[in-house]
Write a protein that binds this ligand. Structure first.
Ligand SMILES: NC(=O)C1=CN([C@@H]2O[C@H](COP(=O)(O)OP(=O)(O)OC[C@H]3O[C@@H](n4cnc5c(N)ncnc54)[C@H](O)[C@@H]3O)[C@@H](O)[C@H]2O)[C@@H](O)CC1
Length: 565
């Protein structure tokens, strides 16, 4: 299908500034058909594929080029509905006498707010020459809204630069409410209106913050609570143009974008700049996990030690330990804190192969270590963390270990000095903060972290010269230069203990010889994929338990990477 093909750059993600630069470069070449025509045709073809006619389509067109895309899509859909028109045509001559009624198309626009570019004006003219129904945003188009089969959002694209106000704010809530009630397709062109392409955040006008259960808006439109807090379109699908955008995949982006299709508009790969943001594709890393040789033994797959599990949080260490075991570490040790006598040391009855002892008795050298799950913040935990920072080569730092570092300058110095020991060389260090832990580490608020996740993850990785996994929807894995956005996983992971499992998985992969960046990337991917596998089998997302993940991780790894020669 023309313009929808993905080239070798498909795994890259771009900033809106990069997309604008590509757009300007191509536009300067006066291409025919124009980029807007290509965008409209690509959107029409993909829409027709996922939503074949007959159907009633309500298209909302805004004041900028995103609105131009919407006009062009409407025009192209009308053309594609004509009998005998080839789907690979890029420009189709119009003959209104033959216009098919296969799609009943309605367009809503703001007649008083048109500041259209020449491209958008040309697309508007083409659409106006078709059998399309036209509405002003102030008209009562509700009867169409209530019976249409699909809605297209061409209100704002990457040019959105402030919170959305009347009349479009009310329209957005109305569209979201309609989708909630009728479960219809809502297709966003380029990016859902209201979502930031660069941050995955929603521009929220303060007026929306404390609105109550139901509201009568100035066009007599009643909006219920479920839709009221949305200052962005919640799309079922986003057709994004030229290149993929970061905001569609992290922070709030995934909840608003739905299924993303990238349409590169036939722009060749050479026109794209090098991007330092990529989707976390792990095929090449999976290949690095050792295939199991006959003549291998437990020593071949490394030792993993997890330190944590203070009183009341012993389970966190067990979860990490089981994850390390199921992810293939040769030997797994748990070092518990708060142990007063030998008899205090807990055992994992279900997994007696895990070796348990007091943390103080554990060997920190020649072992891949994770510290944090259930660690607590006692003096002895602090001392253990200091020892780990000083003595280990492979170290995963999570949970309370991160909170301690945030509070204690001596721990921060020890972290900063990890790569300066000539004996150890460059260390494998991974931190796995969730947004609150990241906020503590950077002395800011969670809102500030979430407002620019890329900046936060990059800053943490650069500050301490390590690999940072910033957890949350669309987890980021970065070394401070290249950032991978993880696409696997689902809201079933939003429960206690899943982070401990991720930590155990990271340390098991380090133990098996992966470098920190590869281990963190593969761990994130496999952790999410295991959860996706469980949800596909009906285990979650509601009630998915962290303790169910290790076995799913084992299954995933054996299916995808661990084949036995
Ligand atoms: N021109 C082209 O050749 C192409 C354009 N494309 C489309 O063009 C879009 C970008 O176009 P624009 O730069 O015109 O951006 P938009 O279509 O997002 O609209 C920007 C316009 O809306 C105004 N605006 C921004 N925030 C507002 C708010 N909260 N309330 C009211 N008005 C607001 C701006 O002042 C500006 O006039 C892309 O997202 C994409 O959809 C793509 O199709 C690629 C090709």
């Amino acid at each position: 299908m023309k313009y929808l093909s993905l080239h070798s750059m498909a795994h890259f993600i771009y900033t809106s500034a990069q997309i604008r630069a590509i757009e300007n470069k191509i536009k300067a070449q006066n291409p025919s058909p124009s980029l807007m025509q290509r965008a409209g045709l690509a959107a029409a073809l993909e829409f027709k594929r996922i939503y074949p006619a007959p159907a009633t389509l309500l298209i909302f067109a805004g004041p900028g080029d995103n609105g131009g895309d919407a006009y062009e899509m409407a025009y192209q859909l009308q053309q594609l509905s004509k009998p005998g028109i080839s789907e690979s045509a890029t420009e189709v001559s119009f003959d209104s006498a033959h216009a098919s009624r296969e799609y009943e198309i309605h367009i809503v626009r703001d007649k008083h707010q048109q500041t259209l570019s020449s491209d958008a004006l040309a697309s508007l003219a083409r659409a106006q020459s078709c059998a399309i129904h036209w509405w002003d945003v102030q008209d009562q188009y509700e009867p169409v809204l209530e019976r249409c089969n699909a809605i297209v959002d061409g209100i704002f694209g990457i040019g959105l630069n402030r919170p959305i106000q009347a009349p479009w704010d009310q329209v957005i809530q109305q569209i979201n409410q309609n989708r909630l009630q009728r479960d219809i397709a809502v297709i966003a062109l380029d990016i859902p209106s209201g979502l930031s392409a660069d941050f995955g955040t929603v521009f929220k006008p303060s007026a929306l913050a404390d609105q109550s259960a139901s509201h009568t808006l100035n066009t007599n439109r009643t909006i219920n609570r479920a839709a009221i807090n949305d200052a962005s379109i919640k799309a079922s699908n986003t057709f994004t143009f030229i290149g993929d955008k970061f905001g569609l995949h992290t922070a709030e982006g995934r909840d608003y974008a739905g299924q993303v299709s990238v349409m590169n508009l036939d722009i060749s790969a050479e026109e794209f700049p090098i991007s330092n943001i990529e989707h976390n594709q792990v095929a090449s890393i999976q290949a690095q996990l050792q295939r199991r040789a006959h003549a291998s033994h437990k020593g071949s797959y490394g030792d993993a030690l997890i330190i944590g599990g203070a009183q009341g949080m012993r389970g966190a260490a067990f979860l990490a330990g089981r994850a390390a075991l199921h992810a293939g570490a040769g030997k797994v040790h748990l070092g518990f804190v708060d142990i007063t006598s030998e008899n205090d040391v807990p055992l994992d009855i279900m997994h007696p192969e895990i070796m348990c002892r007091s943390a103080e008795q554990c060997q920190l050298q020649n072992t891949s270590v994770a510290i944090g799950p259930g660690l607590g913040q006692s003096e002895s935990s602090k001392e253990l963390l200091l020892q780990c920072l000083k003595l280990t080569h492979d170290l995963v730092i999570d949970a309370d270990a991160l909170n301690l570092i945030a509070q204690e300058p001596p721990l921060q110095s020890a972290l900063a000095q990890r790569n300066q020991s000539p004996l150890r060389g460059f260390c494998n260090t991974i931190i796995t903060p969730h947004p609150l832990e990241a906020a503590r580490l950077l002395s800011c608020t969670v809102q500030e972290i979430q407002a620019d996740r890329l900046k936060a993850a990059t800053e943490l990785a650069q500050k301490w010269n390590l690999i940072c996994v910033l957890k949350g929807s669309g987890s980021l894995v970065t070394d401070g230069h290249t950032c991978y956005v993880n696409g696997s996983g689902n809201p079933g992971l939003a429960s206690g203990g899943t982070g401990d499992v991720l930590t155990g998985l990271c340390v098991a992969l380090l133990a098996q010889g992966l470098c920190a960046f590869d281990a963190a990337r593969l761990a994130c991917y496999v952790h999410g994929a295991a959860a996706d596998q469980l949800v596909a089998a009906g285990v979650g997302p509601i009630g998915l338990c962290a303790s169910e993940l290790p076995a799913a991780i084992r299954q995933y790894l054996n299916r995808r990477v661990g084949e036995f020669d």
